[in-house]
Write a protein that binds this ligand. Structure first.
Ligand SMILES: C[S@@+](CC[C@H](N)C(=O)[O-])C[C@H]1O[C@@H](n2cnc3c(N)ncnc32)[C@H](O)[C@@H]1O
Ligand SMILES: Nc1nc2[nH]cc(C(=O)O)c2c(=O)[nH]1
Ligand code: SF4
Ligand SMILES: [Mg+2]
Length: 259
């Protein structure tokens, strides 16, 4: 059950009004579905709230209509530890690096020996014990124009367009952490922008960015949609020499929550 449905947790957190809290949308145990760590059993901690509004966001209730329970760091760590089989934790969102409390959570997890992956849109850099920065810079094709706005009439388009790329933050993330760059791709129209972004990012940092640090991920929150996009995206990965990443969790569990 998403933690936002749990009245109990809200009460427990409320008894600790001075402790640090994070808005948590869901917390669950699954397999990492995306990227170079695909298949690794991992606990997912999904914070709520995002500074962007991708029209295709598969976590609508962290961005367009955020819902959450405020959990203390102790409560989050206890729930993570309850999944005794896992030694990987994925902090995601929403945009987890919006919250400065994410740094304290990452420190607490690091102290307990967990491998931490942070799933981020790459617009915010924070110093934290991050073992793997899974950076997913957002392309023009993510912008919620009035034709593809899931909620309104394009009210977010300008802000999203202005904020979706921050080279300073991207360069700092790439310099400070082991990383992957994971682009959501629909078709060949996305490729020139990816190439331009890589050129500019390679100029902005002394850290080498290999083509095998770059992953193309098909757009699709459902099996049905992925069936349309993945063939094209796999061909593009071969054509350009980038990696392809599946969306294993969608293959396995479609768009079920807590997967
Ligand atoms: C919900 S986001 C949360 C982390 C962060 N806000 C970000 O965008 O990287 C988690 C991952 O899902 C990807 N994603 C979201 N919606 C998607 C969709 N419809 N198809 C493919 N990937 C999607 C994002 O690009 C990101 O890699
Ligand atoms: N299984 C699974 N793997 C994932 N990798 C990144 C995810 C995310 O939403 O950030 C995600 C997710 O939501 N589920
Ligand atoms: S940046 Fe991530 S969480 Fe935010 S709207 Fe885009 S996909 Fe969703
Ligand atoms: Mg997801």
């Amino acid at each position: 059950m998403p933690v936002s449905d749990s009245a109990d947790r809200e009460c427990v957190a409320d008894r600790n009004p001075n402790g640090e809290r994070l808005p948590i949308n869901e917390l669950f145990y699954s397999l990492q579905g995306e990227g170079t760590l695909a298949g690794v059993p991992s606990v997912f901690v999904r914070t709520s709230g995002c500074n962007l509004r991708c029209w295709f966001c598969d976590s609508y209730h962290t961005s367009w209509e955020p819902t959450h329970a405020r959990m203390s760091l102790e409560e989050i760590v206890a729930e993570v530890e309850a999944h005794a089989e896992a030694d990987h934790v994925v902090l995601t969102g929403g945009e987890p690096l919006l919250h400065e409390e994410s740094v304290d959570l990452l420190e607490a997890l690091d102290e307990r020996g967990y491998h931490t992956t942070v799933e981020t849109n790459g617009t915010i850099h924070r110093e934290a014990p991050i073992d793997f920065a899974s950076i997913s810079p957002k392309l023009e094709s993510s912008t919620p124009t009035s034709e593809r706005d899931p909620k309104g009439d394009g009210e977010w388009a300008e802000r999203h367009e202005n904020d979706r790329i921050d080279f300073e933050a991207l360069a700092a993330l790439v310099e400070d952490y082991p990383f992957q760059l994971k682009f959501v791709v629909t078709d060949a129209d996305d490729m020139p922008e990816i190439l331009e972004l890589l050129e500019e990012l390679r100029d902005a940092t002394s850290e080498p960015i290999g083509d095998d640090d770059v992953l193309l991920m098909p757009e699709g929150a459902t099996r049905e949609r992925l069936a349309e996009t993945r063939g094209r995206v796999a061909e593009l990965a071969m054509e350009y020499g980038f990696r392809y990443t599946p969306r294993l969790h969608v293959d396995l569990w479609n768009d079920a929550p807590e997967t």
